[in-house]
Design a protein around this ligand. Structure first.
Ligand SMILES: [Zn+2]
Length: 61
């Protein structure tokens, strides 16, 4: 984890899993990018995902 990732966590921002092609929703909580607060971020690196709200969406694929 680098300093930038740590800063994101300290600011209390969630990092969501970037939607995969064809799904349009995040892999972590099943939300579209429009449903995610603008302060939140998305990443393609699943190890950087801090969103743990997997109840609504598809968890592991
Ligand atoms: Zn999420």
């Amino acid at each position: 984890m680098n300093e930038r990732d740590q800063a994101v966590i300290e600011e209390g921002r969630l990092v969501h899993a970037c939607p995969v092609n064809g799904s349009g929703v995040t892999g972590c909580c099943g939300k579209t990018l429009y449903e995610i607060p603008v302060t939140d971020r998305v990443t393609q690196n699943r190890h950087q995902v801090t969103c743990t709200d997997r109840e609504n969406g598809s968890a592991e694929r």
